[in-house]
Write a protein that binds this ligand. Structure first.
Ligand code: UDP
Length: 330
């Protein structure tokens, strides 16, 4: 297959590009390198620097690259906290960017897309594990823009016949098994990389945001899913669309929740390092518990997570962090 990956220099995008190339596909990457890293782009992928909000930049990729079978779309901002203080950035990049992309795809007759959605579309769930049919009431602007993206695809399909798969990720983490690519955000806000930075000494401590949640130890519970398992789900989703599968939405998680304290304890065990912990107040926009039911992805797409053990997930992340203490910078 020939696949255009938007945001292929980012964390989940770069791992998906590796997986696509490792399984024999041709890959074109388009990324504005605002949060992505050129070093993360697989050397066998063809790279275009561009911003989705500029119609001419994405048009020119479709004009030059003939025979694209499908698009995988990761090019969006994804930080809950930032989306609460700067919502318009999220409306601009996530929604405006997707609108321009869809205009360009419709104009070029490209009719299949797989895109990143999120557990944040659900908001505070009424029950766990969460099913795709459960209500979506986002508690943060990031989740709201992703929910709106899903609706945009829904209406565009009705008008133009463009089929889509929306993948609602729970907490992406871990790194490529080789340790060549991994998670590198600047600033870093995600739990596992911050814990590992505290373990390796590039950060003083890990702050726990909120110890008064209605959970067993008072800290938030999340469903941590390995980035390579997410990557594999994208490939299966493209294959599903190629075989004529109908537009649909799938959760991607392991179906098991770990509290912030449990993740810290597991990281201590894996790294054999003492990690300083500071308890702080809640972070705005965080639901208490998010755990997925991914039965639908397993049944319909044939998805089988390989790295579903938290210790294994942290081990792969530690391999990356301990060999790249400054991420992709030298
Ligand atoms: N968290 C924390 N300290 C940190 C970063 C995150 O306590 O320095 C908590 C956060 O409040 C949430 C969980 O860890 O409950 C996972 O947060 P992350 O930002 O990794 O992912 P999110 O769930 O927001 O997508």
């Amino acid at each position: 297959m020939k696949i255009l990956v938007l945001g292929g220099a980012g964390y989940i995008g770069s791992h998906t590009v590796y997986r696509l190339i490792e399984s024999g596909n041709e890959v074109v990457v388009f990324d504005n390198l605002e949060t992505g890293h050129i070093e993360a782009v697989h050397p066998k992928a063809k790279f275009y620097k561009g911003d989705l909000r500029n119609r001419s930049e994405i048009d020119s990729v479709f004009d030059k690259e003939k025979g694209i079978d499908a698009v995988i779309h990761f090019a969006a901002n994804s930080l809950v906290g930032e989306s609460m203080t700067n919502p318009l950035k999220y409306y601009d990049n996530n929604l405006n960017g997707t609108k321009v992309l869809l205009q360009s795809m419709v104009a070029h007759g490209i009719d299949k897309i797989v895109f990143s959605s999120t557990a944040a579309t659900y908001g505070e769930p009424e029950r766990t594990p969460i099913l795709e049919t459960d209500p979506t009431n986002p508690t943060n602007c990031y989740g709201e823009t992703k929910k709106s993206m899903e609706r945009m695809f829904y209406w565009v399909e009705k008008a133009h016949g463009l089929r889509y798969v929306s993948l609602r990720y729970f907490n992406a983490c871990g790194a490529h098994i080789s340790g060549k690519i991994g998670e590198a955000h600047n600033p870093e806000t995600h739990l596992i990389p911050i814990i590992l930075q505290a373990a390796q000494g590039t950060r003083d401590h890990i702050s726990i945001f909120g110890t008064d949640y209605p959970t067993s130890d008072g800290t938030c519970i999340r469903d941590y899913i390995h980035v390579t398992d997410l990557a594999q789900a994208h490939i299966l989703a493209v294959e599903y669309l190629m075989k004529g599968g109908k537009s649909d939405i799938f959760n991607l998680g392991n179906g098991v929740g770990f509290s912030v304290r449990e993740v810290i304890e597991k990281a201590k065990e894996v790294t054999q390092k003492d990690i300083k912990v500071v308890e702080e107040s809640r972070r705005s926009g965080d639901p208490a518990v998010l755990i997925a039911s991914s039965d639908k992805a397993k049944t319909v797409l044939g998805w089988k997570p390989e790295y579903d053990d938290l210790g294994t997930i942290i081990k792969t992340a530690w391999k990356w962090h301990s060999t790249h203490p400054n991420g992709y910078s030298k």
